[in-house]
Every structure is written in structure tokens, then in C-alpha cells.
Design a protein around this ligand. Structure first.
Ligand code: 5GP
Length: 126
């Protein structure tokens, strides 16, 4: 069974240049930009340029070049923010919401990188 991808999702529109964004970093395969409703002083979304719905889709079907590029971009953003805990930074959190239980709003794969304040425990009690 093939993954269904909605070309009208908001991140597809951003990738086509139909909606503006505040770009942090762009490579051949990946775009990183600031979240429109930041939940921390630094709240950056990292998306592949390819048509992937969620983490599982990207992890299973993206090319090695896409996966490597995507991962390197996350590292470069952490470096640019100066938040790497192994280098004296204050740390960060990476989240990827998927599907209904994951409460994914935009059906184009993305990671949230959150940093700039203490972020509390990972999950609030249900
Ligand atoms: P999700 O719940 O799918 O993991 O998160 C989607 C994120 O996209 C939300 O944090 C939301 O604020 C952000 N977002 C939604 N629409 C836009 C937009 O048009 N521009 C930007 N920069 N972020 C958006």
C-alpha cells in the first residue's frame, strides 16, 4: 500500500513558494524555517523537500542522500543555535508528531526543534 500525500498541505505550499516563511537553512533536500506560533524562544521546523507524510514514511522510503542531508541539517541548526549539550550549550528537544494519536496538524513530515528555555517534562499526563 502506498502512502497518500496531500499536495495542498501548508508545507507543500511553503515549498512551492506560495506562502512565505522565515528560512533558517536550506539545502538540496531539506528546508528549515521558524514556526509561525513558536512554543519556545527558538522553535524551528525541519522538513524534507520530498513528498513524505510522516517520520515512518521518510525513514522507510527516503533516499540515503535525503536522510543524511536531513539529519545533518538538524545538527547544523543545533550548532547555529549554540545549544549542543556536549559543547556547553543548554540543550534542546526534537519532536515529530505523526497521525491522529501524535496530533499531527500538517501532513508533511517535519521535526520541531525547540530550545531557548527549560522545556519541562516530555509529556503532560493524559
Ligand atoms: P504539527 O502539529 O503538525 O507537528 O505541527 C505543525 C506546526 O506547523 C505547528 O507548530 C504550527 O504552528 C506550524 N505552522 C502551521 N502553519 C504554518 C505556517 O504557515 N508557517 C509556519 N512557519 N509554521 C506553520
Amino acid at each position: 500500500m502506498a502512502y497518500a500525500y496531500d499536495d495542498q498541505n501548508i508545507f507543500a505550499k511553503i515549498l512551492r513558494g506560495e506562502i512565505p516563511n522565515t528560512t533558517v537553512l536550506e539545502t538540496d533536500h531539506t528546508l528549515a524555517f521558524r514556526d509561525i506560533h513558536p512554543q519556545a524562544p527558538d522553535h524551528i521546523l525541519v522538513i524534507p523537500k520530498g513528498r513524505y507524510v510522516s517520520h515512518d514514511h521518510f525513514a522507510l522510503e527516503a533516499t540515503e542522500a535525503e536522510v543524511l542531508d536531513f539529519m545533518r541539517v538538524t545538527g547544523r541548526i543545533c550548532a547555529e543555535l549554540g545549544v549542543q549539550p556536549g559543547l556547553g550549550g543548554q540543550g534542546f528537544r526534537i519532536i515529530s508528531n505523526a497521525g491522529v494519536h501524535g496530533v499531527q496538524e500538517v501532513p508533511h513530515y517535519h521535526l520541531h526543534i525547540l530550545a531557548g528555555r527549560p522545556l519541562g517534562r516530555m509529556l503532560a499526563p493524559a
